[in-house]
Design a binder for this molecule. Structure first.
Ligand SMILES: CSC[C@@H](O)[C@@H](O)C(=O)COP(=O)(O)O
Length: 349
């Protein structure tokens, strides 16, 4: 299918395979996993990253856990597997898709009697397929919001096939809108410190033949001032009940610049990213990562020895700065608590 050639997470030959995103774009290497501790390590160390991809990976991690635990203890596997759920849940704190996927797998586990691997694998594959379908739907809904004037859009981090089951959230909208000739040019923030934009988004777009121009994260406001972009389009790791959005560090900063310059802000995320249990964004746990990521670049130290660094991986953009949240259930314009609750009650379109 057009623009859908990359798969970061694969279940093949009874194994989980993850495309090692730390090595892209220089190397395309898949690592094979057969036990949950290593899967949790892969999420923590960002072999795989991006909220929906983390959820899909954790679901396959549960399949691997069940296979090992059931083979070792056909009677006591349910007790034993709890430790694996805890290890997977402790891998990264912000993307709620991880906890959502573990809960879904837990519900299937509660209903199985006998051999658990087949039903758990079926559920993990459903989670994976549903994510791709949600992305396709969001692609259509989000693209329809973009006027057919062929201007540029700005995106932050990587929200494409690499960050999801396939196709992408914000990058899915960009793919669909490009196909409909609504977008002529994609500007991508390089996304320090991990360079998801420079390494991953640019790699995906170049592969698809979609024109991409990288900019330093601090250049976004100047780009907007020149009138080069009509929308800032981003994904999310967790959306609170009032529409506040946690996403890659730098999103908040870009959204403030967008409001000042009359550039609209679109957040694209499946409902598996919405956490209705949190009233507002101030309750979203924000992952703090190693100072070394900021003190260096590409694994090489660059900062003055002795300097410290602050490295929150995500920030929260308040709902009032967001023009539209696009999910597979529909579009919420100028999000409020009531509009979010209504959208969540809808069936998938
Ligand atoms: C579809 S991806 C949405 C978000 O997960 C993405 O924008 C992001 O912030 C990813 O952060 P990462 O630290 O690379 O996992």
């Amino acid at each position: 299918m057009k623009y859908d050639t990359i798969r970061a997470v694969l279940w093949e030959d009874e194994h989980l395979k993850l495309l090692d995103q730390r090595r892209l774009p220089a190397e395309e290497t898949y690592i094979e996993y057969d036990e949950p501790l290593a899967v949790a390590g892969a999420i923590r160390d960002m072999v795989v990253r991006g909220a929906p991809a983390i959820g899909v990976t954790a679901a396959y991690g549960v399949v691997l856990a069940a296979r090992r635990r059931y083979a070792a203890q056909p009677e006591g596997w349910r007790e034993a597997i709890r430790a694996d759920f805890e290890t997977l849940a402790a891998s990264r704190p912000t993307a709620v898709n991880l906890f959502w996927a573990l809960e879904r797998m837990g519900r299937v586990m509660d209903t199985v009697s006998g051999e658990p691997v087949a039903p758990l694998l079926a559920e993990a594959q459903r989670i994976h397929e549903e994510d791709v379908a949600a992305n396709r739907r969001m692609g259509e809904l989000g693209a329809a919001l973009i006027a057919a004037e062929g201007r540029g859009v700005l995106t932050h981090c990587n929200t494409g096939s690499l960050a999801t089951g396939g196709y992408g959230t914000a990058l899915g909208v960009i793919r669909s809108a490009f196909e409909q000739q609504r977008i002529a040019q994609v500007y991508a923030d390089e996304t320090r410190p991990w360079l998801q934009g420079a390494r991953l988004t640019a790699w995906e777009l170049v592969k698809d033949g979609i024109p991409v121009t990288l900019l330093a994260d601090g250049a976004g406001a100047a780009l907007m001032r020149e009138g080069r972009v009509s929308w800032l389009i981003v994904g999310s790791d967790r959306i609170a009940a009032n529409g506040d959005v946690a996403n890659k560090i730098g999103t908040y900063h870009a959204a403030i610049a967008a409001r000042y310059h009359g550039v609209k802000v679109m957040v694209v995320a499946p409902t598996s990213t919405v956490d209705m249990s949190l009233p507002g964004g101030d309750r979203i746990p924000i992952e703090s990562r190693s100072a070394d990521e900021v003190l260096g670049c590409g694994g090489r130290p660059v900062a003055a020895p002795g300097a410290k660094a602050w490295n929150p991986a995500f920030d929260v953009t308040p709902a009032e700065l967001i023009d539209a949240i696009v999910t597979e259930k529909g579009v919420v314009e100028q999000p409020t608590r009531a509009k979010m609750a209504d959208m969540m009650k809808k069936p998938v379109l």
